[in-house]
Ligand binder design. Structure first.
Ligand code: NOJ
Length: 556
């Protein structure tokens, strides 16, 4: 058998949330031509792969994660001709293109669902999950990930359909072979078009617990959080193996699954080098730890423990997807660090170095490379995310104050990461000449690409250096990972080793000075090849004094 290329181990991926990246026609919405316009910027940054979030036909209830035609382009974003052109232009620049594969659910406006809901004996009825109930009595008590029940009543046939996300995102019935085959055909179609891989959305949710039983409800909740009934549920392997067998017919396709709830123990099966279901997964455990304790430090020890566990799991087999941001999470500087003027730049660089040199494929989310931060809108009407709007609605009904709900959205809302890309100091940050679909973060005047390109000390130029260094030595790709100073409450330090080459990454994750005891002479004998301060302070032969968010990369 031909050995499959593992190009994705050397990939540096840039994630594009298309509606917020670059608008080319001034309708206030980013588009495919906008991405094409920015390809040279991306090439210059040094990345070699882009992942584009959904651009398919969609009513945009969940910003494109509700697809109504998998083989057509949303006209807000352009046309298929534009996409083909983008693919060609990206490839010409040596940039591979990964697309989002949303196959747990469709939009309620997908023709499959429209057909399915027509009547009980529709040929597509069983393509979705329909159950009996009555108006006040849902088929079970599961709560949806976006709030409320997972069931939506449909008067057409007097039945309910299941949606684990929004009611406009009905879940496909993966038990039905025709559904799976239809999805595989779509996948093959995109591969034939020339895409290089897929980020597979919500893939750990495709299997539901047999019989969809009620959950115990001792606290008498209206609906009970139901993750364990549809997240990495036993039996999912059959579907994943079939999906993989289909994708593997084509050599060199990269796959990275959004795998909420997949434990490190299961992950070894999910991403095993020889017979894993996919090449990599995104795991979310680090978001379970408390971001900041009473000293306003994040729980550095807890954070290290989780990331190290994932590094160790794949030491000899499997591969990590490394990331600190995406379109569903708050900005990393705001979540784990300090996003004020004083610390912003140091913090952005520290977090960059911290994750970028681990073993795995690094993903950069748009705007992360300039240190974009969370946003605070005072009016709920300025928010667009369905999850935030649902949260607001349900929490108001429960009697919470508007202010307290807004504060929650400020801290955790998904729109934090979705404000338009900050290209320049021009109005709307150079993202659009029209009215942006989501307001621009007012700090674009200080945080933007144009300024950072000019400033040799910018976060952007730091990322460029990081990318260059990472590409320059296979130590950073294949070298083994070892955590140092496991219990240090401020410092995240680790080494990478390949043959006799060794590198050390030492990062003060906090805004306060940290003292780091260096064991042995190795570290101090190495060269500093990247740092976010000008000089190193050696307190004495085995002690380094790390200033706020000081970060350095050393190599022997
Ligand atoms: C995960 C995606 O990242 C998120 O944005 C989306 O809302 C859900 N899956 C549903 O597709």
């Amino acid at each position: 058998m031909q050995k499959k290329s593992q190009w994705w181990k050397e990939a540096i991926v840039y994630q594009i949330y298309i509606q917020s990246f670059q608008d080319s026609n001034n309708d206030g919405i980013g588009d495919i031509k906008g991405i094409q316009f920015r390809l040279d910027y991306l090439k210059d940054l040094g990345i070699n792969t882009i992942w584009i979030c959904p651009f398919y036909k969609s009513p945009m209830h969940d910003n494109g994660y509700d697809i109504s035609d998998y083989q057509d382009i949303n006209e807000l974003f352009g046309s298929m001709v534009d996409f083909d052109e983008l693919l060609k232009e990206a490839h010409l620049r040596g940039i591979k293109v990964i697309v989002d594969l949303v196959i747990n659910h469709t939009s309620n406006e997908h023709p499959w669902f429209i057909e399915s809901r027509k009547e009980n004996n529709s040929p597509k009825r069983d393509w979705y999950i329909w159950r009996k109930g009555d108006k006040n009595n849902k088929p079970n008590n599961w709560e949806s990930i976006f709030g409320g029940s997972v069931w939506k009543y449909d008067h057409n046939t007097d039945e309910y359909y299941l949606h684990i996300f929004s009611s406009k995102q009905p879940d496909l019935n993966w038990e039905n072979k025709d559904v799976r085959n239809a999805l595989y055909e779509i996948i093959n179609w995109w591969i034939d078009k020339g895409v290089d891989g897929f980020r597979i959305d919500a893939i750990s949710h495709i299997k539901k617990v047999e019989g969809l039983p009620n959950l115990p409800n001792p606290n008498n909740f209206k609906y009970v959080p139901s993750y364990k009934m549809h997240m990495n549920v036993s039996g999912i392997d059959k579907f994943l193996l079939e999906l993989k067998a289909n994708i593997n017919k084509h050599p060199n396709i990269m796959t990275v699954g959004e795998a909420n709830g997949v434990t490190v123990k299961d992950a070894v099966t999910w991403v095993h080098d020889d017979d894993g279901y996919m090449n990599m997964i995104f795991q979310f455990e680090q978001y379970e730890i408390k971001p900041k304790d009473s000293n306003e430090w994040m729980d550095v020890v807890g954070f290290k423990k989780i990331l190290t566990k994932w590094q160790n799991a794949f030491e000899n087999n499997g591969w990590n997807a490394l990331y600190i941001e995406n379109h569903d999470k708050p900005r990393s500087i705001s979540l784990w660090g300090v996003d004020d003027v004083k610390f912003h730049q140091k913090c952005g660089k520290a977090f960059a170095l911290m994750y970028f040199m681990m073993k795995g494929t690094p993903f950069i989310y748009q705007g992360q490379e300039i240190g974009m931060t969370n946003v605070r809108f005072d009016n709920i009407n300025d928010y667009k995310d369905v999850a935030a709007l649902n949260l607001y609605k349900f929490k108001l009904q429960e009697g919470n104050t508007k202010e307290s709900i807004l504060r929650e959205i400020w801290d955790n809302g998904r729109d934090n990461a979705r404000t338009p890309m900050q290209w320049s100091t021009e109005p709307n940050a150079g993202f659009t000449k029209g009215i942006p679909w989501l307001k621009v973060n007012p700090n674009y005047k200080f945080i933007n690409v144009e300024d950072q390109l000019q400033d040799k000390d910018s976060i952007l130029n730091f990322y460029k250096k990081l990318i260059k260094i990472r590409k320059s030595d296979d130590l950073f790709i294949h070298g083994s990972f070892k955590l140092l100073a496991k219990n240090h409450k401020q410092v995240f330090a680790y080494s990478r080793k390949l043959g006799n080459k060794k590198a050390y990454i030492i990062v003060n994750m906090t805004k306060d000075v940290a003292i780091y005891y260096v064991k042995g002479k190795e570290i101090l004998g190495s060269d500093i090849i990247l740092s976010n301060y000008d000089n190193l302070i050696i307190a004495n032969s085995n002690k380094i004094k790390l200033r706020p968010f000081e970060a350095m990369l050393l190599k022997n």
